[in-house]
Design a protein around this ligand. Structure first.
Ligand SMILES: [Zn+2]
Length: 468
């Protein structure tokens, strides 16, 4: 059997659309750029990722609790965080072909040793003029002046459109954790170090084209902020780097050879350390998540603007201090894409046939089991009953359309780990055939033993190096 795990992003996009994972947003109206809708299988996969992350970072994580903050917040949250003043892209347009370009990215692509992040418009323009950087689309040198374009989606509350009513869709979830730090600490009587986790939507008005769901204007974040003493912060930072690595490789089952850490050499002024974990996507290495040592920057800024104390009183030492934040920030859609790219395999079988198989970890698969009656005639009632019984414990689908071989292939393509086939012998021996997605082996199992057998197969999955 020949296997390849090489896949193009166009193949993944087509598979996602055809199999009900991801559809283009507003497709019947020709779409809305960089927006996507998650279909019946996509929402199941997304929910499974979220449940696993929540379990690992909140419910089973020492001293950690959850939060579900609002998308809309007081404008001052974004003043204190620096997003109102500074969260902007420097954009300019080519007067000849109207292509819009980020000035800092143009400079960085000209000289990869430069980090133009944070340069003033004057500095950016001076460099572009001095080095005669032309339009990447048409090659002309005819730029408009640079304008700072804020990345936050802005809306207005009420009927009038004046500045006092201006509010923003949150560009990140983290600020909810910071502004609720004292609420959470006091109500739950938590002692530092403790963590707050949140899963929620965030919005960024970016013009950068997206590589499918890798970069979108609306996205979901899974973030955990640990509040700790400055003296212990680097140890926690290293621990959370290891934690996200373990989550992605061991819990989710993404292959380690497609992952790497990238430590930031140039840090924003307040950060003490930062690193990304990257996945080798079909379009190249891309950031999956970040672990950040943010110092006391966030809580200090909110204390300064709100005039509310963000200090913590250590009951053991009687020392008062603003806790240091170690952040673990994960983009849900990027992880979703990495999981699909990693699981996608094409196999040429012994008889020359080819099959596409999505080798998903059973805990992630949209459906864990498919129940199939070999024929509709005389078997529907038994198969339907088995389907209903298995649904009490597993996520199950049912398929009675087409040849059995075609039905197996359909389940392979969406990553269903096990197919359970009801045939005419079932009526006499109360047994069914389990067909394994990865090995295609078939075994006969008594219906009474089926749930225990399924659990056994699933729990041994990771021990056998990701093979069913
Ligand atoms: Zn141009």
């Amino acid at each position: 059997m020949m296997t390849t795990d090489k896949v193009s992003i166009d193949t993944i996009i087509a598979m996602c659309k055809n199999r009900g994972f991801v559809f283009q947003g507003s497709e019947i109206y020709d779409g809305l750029a960089n927006t996507w809708d998650y279909g019946p299988l996509g929402v199941e996969l997304k929910n499974h990722i979220k449940q696993l992350w929540w379990r690992e970072f909140v419910t089973t994580n020492d001293n950690s609790v959850g939060l579900d903050g609002g998308i809309l917040m007081n404008r001052n949250v974004w003043v204190a965080s620096g997003h109102v003043g500074g969260f902007a892209d420097p954009l300019m347009d080519c007067k000849d072909c109207q292509t819009r370009t980020r000035a800092d990215k143009l400079i960085e692509s000209h000289d990869e040793n430069i980090n133009a992040d944070g340069w003033t418009n004057q500095a950016l323009e001076a460099y572009i003029n001095q080095h005669h950087l032309v339009c990447p689309k048409c090659g002309k040198f005819n730029w408009t002046p640079i304008r700072q374009f804020n990345l936050m989606f802005e809306t207005h509350r009420g009927v009038t459109q004046n500045n006092t009513d201006q509010i923003f869709l949150r560009p990140e979830t983290a600020q909810s954790e910071f502004i609720n730090f004292t609420n959470v600490q006091r109500s739950m009587r938590l002692k530092v170090p403790f963590g707050i986790g949140q899963i929620g939507k965030a919005f960024r008005n970016e013009i950068t084209p997206g590589n499918f769901i890798f970069r979108t204007v609306e996205f979901e974040q899974m973030e955990h902020q640990l509040f700790c003493h400055a003296d212990d912060a680097m140890a926690h930072y290293e621990k959370y780097k290891q934690k996200i690595w373990n989550f992605i490789t061991n819990t989710l089952g993404i292959r380690a050879e497609n992952l790497r850490f990238h430590d930031h050499e140039k840090l924003v002024f307040y950060a003490k350390a930062a690193c990304d974990m990257e996945y080798h996507f079909p379009f190249g290495w891309g950031e999956l998540n970040g672990t950040h040592h943010r110092g006391v920057h966030d809580l200090t800024n909110h204390q300064n603007l709100s005039k509310k104390s963000m200090e913590y009183l250590d009951p053991m030492t009687n020392q008062k201090f603003i806790p240091t934040v170690i952040e673990s920030s994960q983009g849900l859609e990027r992880l979703f894409l990495a999981i699909l790219c990693d699981a996608y395999h094409t196999e040429t079988l012994a008889d020359g046939d080819t099959r596409v198989v999505l080798k998903l970890n059973p805990i992630l698969a949209p459906y864990q089991i498919c129940v199939l009656p070999l024929q509709k005639k005389g078997l529907t009632e038994t198969a339907t009953q088995l389907y209903r019984d298995l649904q009490q414990q597993f996520t199950v689908t049912y398929d009675d359309a087409g040849s059995i071989g075609k039905r197996y292939r359909r389940q392979d393509e969406i990553g269903t780990p096990l197919c359970v086939t009801v045939d005419y012998d079932t009526l006499n021996d109360q047994a069914v055939t389990i067909r394994n997605r990865d090995t295609m082996e078939q075994t006969r199992v008594k219906i009474a033993d089926l749930p225990a057998k399924v659990i056994d197969i699933f729990t041994s999955y990771n021990k056998k190096k990701n093979i069913l």
